[in-house]
Design a protein. Structure first.
Length: 372
Protein backbone atom coordinates (compact mmCIF):
# COMPACT_ATOMS: atom_id res chain seq x y z
CA UNK A 1 0.00 0.00 0.00
CA UNK A 2 1.26 3.37 -0.92
CA UNK A 3 1.55 6.10 1.64
CA UNK A 4 -0.88 8.94 1.30
CA UNK A 5 1.51 11.66 0.29
CA UNK A 6 0.12 12.84 -2.97
CA UNK A 7 -2.43 15.04 -4.62
CA UNK A 8 -4.68 15.57 -7.53
CA UNK A 9 -5.25 18.39 -9.96
CA UNK A 10 -7.93 19.27 -12.36
CA UNK A 11 -7.76 20.31 -15.95
CA UNK A 12 -9.00 23.06 -18.11
CA UNK A 13 -11.37 22.61 -20.94
CA UNK A 14 -11.96 23.31 -24.60
CA UNK A 15 -13.97 26.10 -25.98
CA UNK A 16 -15.88 27.71 -23.23
CA UNK A 17 -18.89 25.45 -23.09
CA UNK A 18 -19.84 24.01 -19.74
CA UNK A 19 -19.51 20.49 -20.85
CA UNK A 20 -16.25 21.24 -22.57
CA UNK A 21 -14.88 22.75 -19.40
CA UNK A 22 -15.91 19.83 -17.34
CA UNK A 23 -14.30 17.43 -19.73
CA UNK A 24 -11.18 19.48 -19.94
CA UNK A 25 -11.07 19.49 -16.19
CA UNK A 26 -11.04 15.80 -16.24
CA UNK A 27 -8.33 15.71 -18.79
CA UNK A 28 -6.25 17.97 -16.67
CA UNK A 29 -5.91 15.88 -13.64
CA UNK A 30 -2.23 15.09 -13.83
CA UNK A 31 -0.23 16.39 -11.11
CA UNK A 32 1.63 17.73 -8.29
CA UNK A 33 2.83 16.29 -5.14
CA UNK A 34 3.05 17.20 -1.67
CA UNK A 35 5.45 16.50 0.98
CA UNK A 36 5.55 14.03 3.71
CA UNK A 37 2.48 14.52 5.80
CA UNK A 38 0.53 11.31 6.03
CA UNK A 39 -3.19 11.75 5.91
CA UNK A 40 -5.46 9.05 7.17
CA UNK A 41 -7.93 9.97 4.49
CA UNK A 42 -11.32 8.68 5.48
CA UNK A 43 -12.64 8.10 1.98
CA UNK A 44 -11.26 4.62 1.44
CA UNK A 45 -7.65 5.35 0.55
CA UNK A 46 -6.41 2.93 3.15
CA UNK A 47 -8.28 -0.10 1.88
CA UNK A 48 -6.63 -2.40 -0.67
CA UNK A 49 -9.06 -1.77 -3.53
CA UNK A 50 -9.24 1.94 -2.82
CA UNK A 51 -8.37 4.85 -5.00
CA UNK A 52 -4.82 5.53 -3.86
CA UNK A 53 -2.72 8.55 -4.86
CA UNK A 54 -0.67 6.26 -7.07
CA UNK A 55 -3.74 4.91 -8.83
CA UNK A 56 -5.01 8.41 -9.31
CA UNK A 57 -1.79 9.56 -10.92
CA UNK A 58 -1.75 6.41 -13.08
CA UNK A 59 -5.16 7.46 -14.38
CA UNK A 60 -3.90 10.97 -15.09
CA UNK A 61 -1.08 9.47 -17.10
CA UNK A 62 -3.49 7.22 -18.98
CA UNK A 63 -5.70 10.18 -19.86
CA UNK A 64 -3.00 12.67 -20.90
CA UNK A 65 -0.15 10.36 -21.88
CA UNK A 66 3.11 9.87 -20.05
CA UNK A 67 5.31 12.97 -20.16
CA UNK A 68 8.39 12.30 -18.05
CA UNK A 69 9.57 15.14 -15.85
CA UNK A 70 6.35 17.14 -16.00
CA UNK A 71 3.54 17.71 -13.56
CA UNK A 72 0.80 15.17 -14.12
CA UNK A 73 -1.65 18.02 -14.25
CA UNK A 74 -1.04 21.67 -15.10
CA UNK A 75 1.95 20.40 -17.04
CA UNK A 76 2.47 23.66 -18.91
CA UNK A 77 3.57 26.66 -16.93
CA UNK A 78 6.06 29.43 -16.28
CA UNK A 79 7.75 30.50 -13.07
CA UNK A 80 7.20 34.00 -11.66
CA UNK A 81 8.39 35.98 -8.67
CA UNK A 82 7.56 39.18 -6.86
CA UNK A 83 6.18 40.14 -3.48
CA UNK A 84 3.01 40.45 -1.40
CA UNK A 85 2.49 43.87 0.17
CA UNK A 86 0.30 43.13 3.18
CA UNK A 87 -1.88 46.04 4.32
CA UNK A 88 -2.33 44.55 7.80
CA UNK A 89 -6.09 43.91 7.41
CA UNK A 90 -5.46 40.18 7.81
CA UNK A 91 -3.96 40.54 11.28
CA UNK A 92 -7.31 40.66 13.03
CA UNK A 93 -8.37 37.44 11.27
CA UNK A 94 -5.21 35.31 11.31
CA UNK A 95 -2.07 35.27 13.41
CA UNK A 96 0.03 34.20 10.37
CA UNK A 97 3.01 36.56 10.20
CA UNK A 98 2.45 36.90 6.45
CA UNK A 99 -0.46 39.23 7.28
CA UNK A 100 1.54 41.70 9.32
CA UNK A 101 1.89 45.00 7.43
CA UNK A 102 4.86 44.88 5.06
CA UNK A 103 6.41 42.87 2.26
CA UNK A 104 6.60 39.13 1.91
CA UNK A 105 8.59 37.31 -0.78
CA UNK A 106 6.59 35.51 -3.48
CA UNK A 107 7.40 32.68 -5.85
CA UNK A 108 4.71 31.47 -8.22
CA UNK A 109 3.74 29.56 -11.31
CA UNK A 110 1.08 30.33 -13.90
CA UNK A 111 -0.17 27.20 -15.62
CA UNK A 112 -2.80 25.69 -17.85
CA UNK A 113 -4.60 22.58 -16.78
CA UNK A 114 -3.97 19.30 -18.51
CA UNK A 115 -1.20 16.78 -18.44
CA UNK A 116 0.24 17.35 -21.92
CA UNK A 117 3.11 19.86 -21.79
CA UNK A 118 2.99 20.27 -25.56
CA UNK A 119 -0.67 21.13 -25.97
CA UNK A 120 -1.42 24.44 -27.66
CA UNK A 121 -2.76 27.29 -25.52
CA UNK A 122 -6.51 27.76 -25.46
CA UNK A 123 -8.52 30.51 -23.76
CA UNK A 124 -11.03 27.86 -22.73
CA UNK A 125 -8.45 25.93 -20.74
CA UNK A 126 -8.61 26.23 -16.96
CA UNK A 127 -5.84 28.56 -15.76
CA UNK A 128 -3.84 27.97 -12.61
CA UNK A 129 -1.80 30.10 -10.26
CA UNK A 130 0.39 28.56 -7.57
CA UNK A 131 1.85 30.94 -4.99
CA UNK A 132 4.36 30.50 -2.22
CA UNK A 133 4.52 33.29 0.39
CA UNK A 134 7.63 33.32 2.57
CA UNK A 135 7.81 35.78 5.44
CA UNK A 136 11.05 37.04 6.95
CA UNK A 137 10.81 34.54 9.82
CA UNK A 138 10.72 31.71 7.27
CA UNK A 139 7.00 31.01 7.64
CA UNK A 140 5.64 29.57 4.39
CA UNK A 141 2.19 29.47 2.85
CA UNK A 142 1.41 27.71 -0.43
CA UNK A 143 -1.81 27.94 -2.36
CA UNK A 144 -2.80 26.65 -5.81
CA UNK A 145 -5.80 28.41 -7.33
CA UNK A 146 -7.72 28.11 -10.57
CA UNK A 147 -9.85 30.30 -12.81
CA UNK A 148 -13.10 28.41 -12.07
CA UNK A 149 -15.53 29.84 -9.50
CA UNK A 150 -16.41 26.38 -8.11
CA UNK A 151 -14.92 22.90 -8.52
CA UNK A 152 -17.00 20.62 -10.80
CA UNK A 153 -17.16 17.78 -8.24
CA UNK A 154 -17.14 17.40 -4.46
CA UNK A 155 -14.85 14.42 -3.82
CA UNK A 156 -11.62 12.95 -5.23
CA UNK A 157 -13.49 9.78 -6.16
CA UNK A 158 -15.94 11.83 -8.24
CA UNK A 159 -13.05 13.63 -9.91
CA UNK A 160 -11.48 10.29 -10.77
CA UNK A 161 -14.78 9.11 -12.23
CA UNK A 162 -15.03 12.32 -14.23
CA UNK A 163 -11.56 11.79 -15.64
CA UNK A 164 -12.49 8.34 -16.82
CA UNK A 165 -15.89 9.40 -18.16
CA UNK A 166 -14.37 12.26 -20.14
CA UNK A 167 -11.55 10.23 -21.59
CA UNK A 168 -11.48 10.73 -25.37
CA UNK A 169 -12.74 7.89 -27.54
CA UNK A 170 -9.75 6.92 -29.78
CA UNK A 171 -12.13 6.82 -32.78
CA UNK A 172 -13.58 10.31 -32.41
CA UNK A 173 -11.04 12.06 -30.18
CA UNK A 174 -13.99 13.17 -28.03
CA UNK A 175 -15.50 11.88 -24.81
CA UNK A 176 -18.17 9.23 -25.25
CA UNK A 177 -21.50 11.09 -24.74
CA UNK A 178 -23.15 8.16 -22.96
CA UNK A 179 -20.30 8.01 -20.41
CA UNK A 180 -20.66 11.72 -19.65
CA UNK A 181 -24.42 11.37 -19.40
CA UNK A 182 -24.03 8.52 -16.95
CA UNK A 183 -21.54 10.53 -14.92
CA UNK A 184 -23.86 13.56 -14.74
CA UNK A 185 -26.80 11.41 -13.68
CA UNK A 186 -24.74 9.97 -10.84
CA UNK A 187 -23.31 13.35 -9.75
CA UNK A 188 -25.96 16.01 -9.14
CA UNK A 189 -23.29 18.22 -7.52
CA UNK A 190 -21.57 18.37 -10.88
CA UNK A 191 -24.80 19.20 -12.68
CA UNK A 192 -25.29 22.08 -10.21
CA UNK A 193 -21.71 23.39 -10.47
CA UNK A 194 -21.54 23.30 -14.25
CA UNK A 195 -23.92 26.20 -14.99
CA UNK A 196 -22.02 28.38 -12.51
CA UNK A 197 -18.78 27.56 -14.29
CA UNK A 198 -20.35 28.05 -17.70
CA UNK A 199 -21.68 31.53 -17.03
CA UNK A 200 -18.39 32.88 -15.65
CA UNK A 201 -16.86 35.18 -18.26
CA UNK A 202 -13.43 34.18 -19.55
CA UNK A 203 -10.78 36.89 -19.79
CA UNK A 204 -8.31 37.09 -22.66
CA UNK A 205 -5.14 36.37 -20.69
CA UNK A 206 -3.46 35.38 -17.47
CA UNK A 207 -2.91 39.02 -16.44
CA UNK A 208 -6.62 39.82 -16.10
CA UNK A 209 -7.72 36.48 -14.66
CA UNK A 210 -9.33 36.08 -11.23
CA UNK A 211 -7.99 33.00 -9.44
CA UNK A 212 -10.07 31.10 -6.85
CA UNK A 213 -8.73 29.07 -3.93
CA UNK A 214 -12.07 27.17 -3.85
CA UNK A 215 -11.46 24.96 -0.81
CA UNK A 216 -12.39 26.25 2.64
CA UNK A 217 -9.80 26.88 5.34
CA UNK A 218 -9.92 28.48 8.80
CA UNK A 219 -8.17 31.68 9.79
CA UNK A 220 -7.36 31.77 13.52
CA UNK A 221 -6.31 35.00 15.19
CA UNK A 222 -4.15 35.67 18.27
CA UNK A 223 -7.20 35.44 20.53
CA UNK A 224 -7.90 31.94 19.19
CA UNK A 225 -11.01 32.97 17.29
CA UNK A 226 -11.41 30.90 14.11
CA UNK A 227 -13.48 31.79 11.04
CA UNK A 228 -14.07 29.70 7.89
CA UNK A 229 -12.61 31.40 4.81
CA UNK A 230 -12.12 31.04 1.10
CA UNK A 231 -9.87 33.33 -0.93
CA UNK A 232 -9.59 34.76 -4.39
CA UNK A 233 -6.93 36.79 -6.17
CA UNK A 234 -8.42 39.60 -8.28
CA UNK A 235 -6.48 41.46 -10.98
CA UNK A 236 -5.95 45.22 -11.21
CA UNK A 237 -5.41 44.67 -14.95
CA UNK A 238 -8.74 45.45 -16.65
CA UNK A 239 -11.01 42.64 -17.83
CA UNK A 240 -11.22 42.03 -21.56
CA UNK A 241 -13.38 39.14 -22.72
CA UNK A 242 -11.65 36.34 -24.61
CA UNK A 243 -12.65 35.82 -28.20
CA UNK A 244 -13.24 32.08 -28.25
CA UNK A 245 -13.54 32.00 -32.04
CA UNK A 246 -10.14 33.59 -32.63
CA UNK A 247 -7.40 31.33 -34.01
CA UNK A 248 -3.82 31.87 -32.92
CA UNK A 249 -0.69 31.26 -34.95
CA UNK A 250 1.39 31.45 -31.78
CA UNK A 251 0.60 28.19 -30.01
CA UNK A 252 1.83 29.73 -26.74
CA UNK A 253 0.00 33.03 -27.02
CA UNK A 254 -1.24 33.02 -23.43
CA UNK A 255 2.21 32.50 -21.89
CA UNK A 256 3.75 34.80 -24.49
CA UNK A 257 1.31 37.61 -23.60
CA UNK A 258 1.96 37.12 -19.89
CA UNK A 259 5.72 37.37 -20.34
CA UNK A 260 5.31 40.46 -22.54
CA UNK A 261 3.09 42.16 -19.96
CA UNK A 262 5.45 41.46 -17.05
CA UNK A 263 8.38 42.75 -19.09
CA UNK A 264 6.48 46.02 -19.63
CA UNK A 265 5.49 46.62 -16.01
CA UNK A 266 4.77 44.64 -12.84
CA UNK A 267 1.35 42.97 -12.72
CA UNK A 268 -0.87 43.41 -9.66
CA UNK A 269 -3.62 41.39 -8.01
CA UNK A 270 -5.41 41.77 -4.67
CA UNK A 271 -5.60 38.92 -2.18
CA UNK A 272 -9.22 38.91 -1.03
CA UNK A 273 -10.43 36.72 1.81
CA UNK A 274 -14.13 35.79 1.96
CA UNK A 275 -15.54 35.22 5.44
CA UNK A 276 -17.97 32.32 5.77
CA UNK A 277 -21.07 32.18 7.92
CA UNK A 278 -21.54 29.35 10.42
CA UNK A 279 -23.98 27.55 8.11
CA UNK A 280 -21.86 27.83 4.96
CA UNK A 281 -20.61 24.49 3.57
CA UNK A 282 -16.94 24.05 4.44
CA UNK A 283 -16.37 20.60 2.96
CA UNK A 284 -17.73 21.02 -0.56
CA UNK A 285 -15.83 23.13 -3.11
CA UNK A 286 -18.52 22.50 -5.73
CA UNK A 287 -20.93 24.80 -3.85
CA UNK A 288 -20.53 28.58 -4.11
CA UNK A 289 -20.92 30.68 -0.99
CA UNK A 290 -23.51 33.41 -1.06
CA UNK A 291 -22.09 36.46 -2.85
CA UNK A 292 -23.08 38.73 0.07
CA UNK A 293 -20.35 37.27 2.30
CA UNK A 294 -17.96 39.88 3.71
CA UNK A 295 -14.75 40.28 1.71
CA UNK A 296 -11.55 41.70 3.16
CA UNK A 297 -8.70 42.97 0.97
CA UNK A 298 -5.48 41.70 2.58
CA UNK A 299 -3.01 43.42 0.26
CA UNK A 300 -1.42 43.46 -3.17
CA UNK A 301 0.34 40.65 -5.01
CA UNK A 302 2.98 42.11 -7.33
CA UNK A 303 4.54 39.92 -10.02
CA UNK A 304 7.64 41.56 -11.49
CA UNK A 305 9.63 38.71 -13.06
CA UNK A 306 8.86 35.73 -15.26
CA UNK A 307 11.17 32.87 -16.11
CA UNK A 308 11.30 29.72 -18.14
CA UNK A 309 9.90 27.05 -15.91
CA UNK A 310 13.10 25.02 -15.80
CA UNK A 311 15.11 28.11 -14.77
CA UNK A 312 12.69 29.02 -12.01
CA UNK A 313 12.75 27.91 -8.38
CA UNK A 314 8.99 27.45 -8.75
CA UNK A 315 9.66 24.37 -10.86
CA UNK A 316 10.85 22.53 -7.76
CA UNK A 317 7.89 23.57 -5.64
CA UNK A 318 4.99 21.31 -4.91
CA UNK A 319 2.12 23.77 -4.46
CA UNK A 320 0.54 21.55 -1.83
CA UNK A 321 -2.53 23.34 -0.45
CA UNK A 322 -1.76 21.92 3.00
CA UNK A 323 1.55 23.77 3.40
CA UNK A 324 0.13 26.33 5.82
CA UNK A 325 1.50 28.69 8.45
CA UNK A 326 0.25 28.85 12.01
CA UNK A 327 -2.97 30.88 11.78
CA UNK A 328 -4.33 29.07 8.68
CA UNK A 329 -5.69 25.53 9.00
CA UNK A 330 -7.54 23.19 6.62
CA UNK A 331 -11.24 22.34 6.67
CA UNK A 332 -12.38 18.75 6.37
CA UNK A 333 -12.98 19.14 2.62
CA UNK A 334 -11.98 15.70 1.25
CA UNK A 335 -10.38 17.35 -1.78
CA UNK A 336 -7.69 18.87 0.42
CA UNK A 337 -6.16 15.71 1.85
CA UNK A 338 -6.50 14.04 -1.55
CA UNK A 339 -4.80 16.91 -3.35
CA UNK A 340 -1.96 16.89 -0.87
CA UNK A 341 -1.40 13.16 -1.30
CA UNK A 342 -1.75 13.15 -5.09
CA UNK A 343 0.43 16.22 -5.68
CA UNK A 344 3.08 14.47 -3.64
CA UNK A 345 2.85 11.41 -5.87
CA UNK A 346 3.09 13.55 -8.99
CA UNK A 347 6.01 15.48 -7.53
CA UNK A 348 7.89 12.32 -6.58
CA UNK A 349 7.45 10.90 -10.07
CA UNK A 350 8.46 14.04 -11.94
CA UNK A 351 11.40 14.79 -9.63
CA UNK A 352 12.95 11.43 -10.47
CA UNK A 353 12.60 11.81 -14.25
CA UNK A 354 14.39 13.66 -17.07
CA UNK A 355 12.32 15.80 -19.40
CA UNK A 356 12.53 14.46 -22.91
CA UNK A 357 10.70 17.21 -24.80
CA UNK A 358 10.19 20.93 -24.22
CA UNK A 359 6.89 22.15 -22.85
CA UNK A 360 4.80 24.35 -25.10
CA UNK A 361 4.92 26.93 -22.35
CA UNK A 362 8.69 27.18 -22.70
CA UNK A 363 8.38 28.59 -26.21
CA UNK A 364 7.12 32.07 -25.37
CA UNK A 365 10.15 32.76 -23.27
CA UNK A 366 12.68 31.45 -25.76
CA UNK A 367 14.98 34.10 -27.17
CA UNK A 368 14.05 33.11 -30.73
CA UNK A 369 10.43 33.89 -29.97
CA UNK A 370 11.43 37.54 -29.93
CA UNK A 371 10.01 38.08 -26.50
CA UNK A 372 13.12 39.05 -24.65
C1 LIG B 1 -9.17 15.84 -6.54
C2 LIG B 1 -8.92 17.01 -7.08
C3 LIG B 1 -7.58 17.36 -7.68
C4 LIG B 1 -6.60 16.56 -8.19
C5 LIG B 1 -6.57 15.06 -8.29
C6 LIG B 1 -5.51 17.41 -8.63
C7 LIG B 1 -4.30 16.97 -9.18
C8 LIG B 1 -3.20 17.79 -9.47
C9 LIG B 1 -1.91 17.34 -9.81
C10 LIG B 1 -1.52 15.90 -9.93
C11 LIG B 1 -1.14 18.42 -10.01
C12 LIG B 1 0.36 18.47 -10.36
C13 LIG B 1 1.20 18.46 -9.05
C14 LIG B 1 2.74 18.52 -9.23
O1 LIG B 1 3.31 17.65 -9.89
O2 LIG B 1 3.40 19.44 -8.64
C15 LIG B 1 -1.95 19.57 -9.82
C16 LIG B 1 -1.54 20.86 -9.99
C17 LIG B 1 -2.34 21.93 -9.76
N1 LIG B 1 -3.62 21.94 -9.25
FE1 LIG B 1 -4.72 20.35 -8.76
N2 LIG B 1 -5.89 18.72 -8.40
C18 LIG B 1 -7.13 18.72 -7.82
C19 LIG B 1 -7.85 19.80 -7.41
C20 LIG B 1 -7.44 21.11 -7.56
C21 LIG B 1 -8.17 22.24 -7.10
C22 LIG B 1 -9.50 22.20 -6.34
C23 LIG B 1 -7.43 23.34 -7.47
C24 LIG B 1 -7.70 24.80 -7.22
C25 LIG B 1 -8.41 25.25 -6.23
C26 LIG B 1 -6.24 22.87 -8.14
C27 LIG B 1 -5.25 23.68 -8.67
C28 LIG B 1 -4.04 23.23 -9.18
C29 LIG B 1 -3.00 24.11 -9.67
C30 LIG B 1 -3.06 25.64 -9.79
C31 LIG B 1 -1.94 23.29 -10.03
C32 LIG B 1 -0.60 23.73 -10.62
C33 LIG B 1 0.33 24.06 -9.45
C34 LIG B 1 1.75 24.30 -9.97
O3 LIG B 1 1.94 25.23 -10.76
O4 LIG B 1 2.63 23.52 -9.58
N3 LIG B 1 -6.27 21.52 -8.16
N4 LIG B 1 -3.20 19.16 -9.48
Amino acid sequence: METINEQLTETGHPHGSNEGRLMRMCAVILAVVVGGTTFAYAGGWLTPSALTPSRFVDTLEQVSGNHPGYRRNHARGVGVSGYFESNGNGEKLSRASIFKPGRVELLGRFSLSGGNPQAADSVGEVRGLGLQFTSTNGETWRTAMISLPVFPVDTPEAFHELLIASRPDPQTGKPVPSAMKEFSAKHPESAAANPIIGKTPISDGFANTTFHGLNTFYFTNREGHAVPVRWIVTPEQPFRAADTSETHVDLSFLFHDLAGAVHQSPLRWHLIVILGHPDDPVDDASIAWDSTRERVDLGVIVINAVEQEQDSSADKINFDPLVLPDGISPSNDPLLSARSAIYSQSFTRRAGETRSLPSQSELPLNKESGDE
